[in-house]
Ligand binder design. Structure first.
Ligand SMILES: Cc1cc2nc3c(=O)[nH]c(=O)nc-3n(C[C@H](O)[C@H](O)[C@H](O)COP(=O)(O)OP(=O)(O)OC[C@H]3O[C@@H](n4cnc5c(N)ncnc54)[C@H](O)[C@@H]3O)c2cc1C
Length: 528
């Protein structure tokens, strides 16, 4: 074995970098090993066409935990967050649009054009989500309790949460208990009467999920969003320079704290000696020793591919194999010579309305039908699209006048019933652009370059098992004390000295930095 480290982190995704920065700040000799040529994992910026750069995968920040931003001094390390004035604009195929603004009063006057009922209900809904979010927010930075034998500390933390819950009052407390298991379509129907607003809000419940709005438990995602941002429709905050600039800032914070980062070094295996993690073996054959190994790779990759199965109890392995991680989201990125004209915005290029998320999927039934295709092994011909045009607010991404458009497409199943993603990639890209052209008729003539990333690519190129953008479904049975598995939600694994720190751990996916921060806290307790 070569040089000895305290900690090796497998993977330089944003959570791996957050963990590295905290661990190095605590004085641990930390090494990050990233298999790709750049850091960031799903939070990266790459060239799309000469002069055009795009957040290749994730396009808006989680939001990032404020504590991480502060502790790691990310602003000093060059991070610049940009919050658009509009949260989201939903486009109707018949040429109407509604926008949800950061400013509630503006949203209300917008909704008055749509429905007096919804305009009156929206501020009430927002206030309720804020109150529930305040109760749930402490969960984000809490290590989930061990279910079998909770420690005194864990019981104390849960007790504090219980008190906050009681403080909610009866009406909100019942809402909180009732909403989690509900289908998000039912939840929005209780609040709003217009289909387009229902669909816009409900879409946050199915984002990245293998689920339609009528699937049970899809309201949970709305509650997590409330915990993170205090809103049901959180801000589509972008990073100047794209999401890769966040990874750069985190990398600088980690290196300043003393961590070492190496790229283009895939880890082939985790070395186990006497039942304890002892280091890693690289694909090159090089071995590196460490007192602890922390994996930022997803749970299935870490536990099924990087560790020899003989080290685990068969029951545990069966549970890991049952951990659901089948993706349903694909990405299409476009380099455009100009901003397209949207029919729903009266053919104008309404800068402000296009500055947040642009939502396509105007009815609950539309979203459900989009999911139907994926259930039966095909991509949806009329998918739900979550679009951003970050170059509207960040001129570093495209030459003057040009734009980059980042499109999350649901649904696109990991496995196609007919053919494969290799042969059907461009046909899929065409279907997305055809649909979008119905809303922005001049889109195709403005397109200079197109990048299509399928769930299969997410697995092969970006290392996401099953192509799942969140390292595994975020359903109730795979959240909090069940993430990734019941009994193993404390960032530890059955192997002493082997930890998980990625989106497959609590509180899950999204560019938040929370799993990395929480994991580092637990690791430091053990390495004292
Ligand atoms: C297409 C797409 C769109 C998304 N959109 C959004 C969005 O708009 N907003 C949002 O908040 N979230 C979004 N997400 C989700 C979010 O990006 C992820 O949940 C989050 O970035 C995961 O971060 P992570 O650090 O836990 O893992 P990752 O970013 O997956 O990082 C894991 C790292 O480990 C590396 N690795 C894996 N195996 C090895 C190995 N054997 N050796 C060395 N290195 C290894 C990988 O290369 C990778 O760099 C999106 C994700 C995708 C894919």
């Amino acid at each position: 074995m070569g040089q000895q480290y305290d900690i090796i982190i497998i993977g330089g995704g944003h959570n791996g970098l957050v963990a590295a920065a905290y661990l190095a700040k605590a004085g641990k000799k930390t090494l990050v090993l990233e298999r790709r040529e750049i850091m960031g994992g799903a939070a990266i910026t790459q060239g799309l066409h000469p002069g055009f750069h795009c957040s290749t995968l994730a396009h808006a920040v989680g939001p990032l935990l404020p504590q991480v931003l502060k502790d790691l001094q990310l602003t000093r390390h060059g991070l610049e967050l940009i919050e658009p004035p509009v949260r989201a604009t939903a486009l109707h195929p018949e040429g109407r649009a509604i926008s949800i603004y950061a400013d509630t009063a503006k949203t209300v006057s917008e909704l008055e054009r749509l429905s007096a009922h919804d305009a009156a209900r929206y501020p009430e809904f927002e206030a309720c989500i804020k109150r529930l979010g305040r109760v749930l927010a402490p969960l984000l930075t809490l290590t989930p309790p061990t279910i079998e034998k909770p420690t005194a500390g864990e019981l104390w933390n849960l007790g504090k949460l219980g008190l906050k819950f009681r403080g909610l009052g009866k009406k909100d407390a019942f809402r909180l208990l009732r909403w989690g298991p509900m289908a998000v379509a039912d939840l929005v129907a209780e609040w709003f009467e217009s289909e387009i607003l229902r669909a816009l809000v409900a879409a946050r419940g199915i984002y990245g999920a293998f689920a339609g709005p009528w699937s049970a438990g899809t309201s949970t995602a709305l509650l997590w969003q409330a915990a993170l941002s205090g809103e049901a429709l959180g801000p589509a905050t972008i990073v100047k320079g794209g999401l890769g600039a966040l990874a750069q800032a985190l990398g600088r914070a980690a290196v300043e704290a003393g961590a070492e980062i190496r790229t283009q070094v895939p880890v082939a295996a985790i070395k186990i000696e006497d039942g304890k993690a002892a280091g890693v073996v690289l694909a090159s054959g090089e071995e590196i020793a460490a007192r602890a190994v922390v994996s930022n790779a997803d749970p299935r990759t870490t536990l099924l591919k990087l560790v020899d199965a003989v080290n685990f109890d068969p029951d545990f392995l069966a549970k890991v194999r049952n951990y659901r991680s089948t993706g349903s989201l694909a990405k299409v990125n476009l380099a455009l010579s100009a901003l397209p004209r949207f029919a729903a915005l009266a053919g104008t290029s309404d800068f402000e309305r296009l500055s947040g998320r642009i939502h396509i999927g105007h009815e609950i039934d539309y979203l459900e039908r989009a999911f139907d295709a994926a259930k039966y092994g095909d991509y949806s011909p009329r998918p739900y699209l979550d679009i951003t045009i970050p170059s509207l607010l960040d001129d570093s991404l495209a030459p003057k006048g040009g734009q980059v458009m980042s499109i999350n497409v649901q649904f696109a199943p990991y496995k196609l019933r007919e053919g494969d993603w290799h042969s059907r990639r461009e046909e899929f890209g065409d279907a997305v652009c055809d649909l979008l052209s119905e809303y922005a008729p001049n889109l195709k003539e403005l397109t200079l370059a197109r990048q299509v990333i399928t769930p299969f690519d997410l697995e092969q190129e970006y290392g996401l098992s099953g192509g799942h953008i969140f390292h595994g479904e975020q359903t109730l049975d795979q959240s909090f004390a069940f993430r990734p598995l019941i009994g193993w939600a404390q960032y530890r694994t059955p192997i002493a000295g082997l930890y998980l720190c990625g989106a497959g751990t609590h509180p899950g996916g999204g560019v938040t930095g929370a799993p990395g921060a929480n994991a580092s806290r637990e690791i430091l307790k053990d390495l004292k």
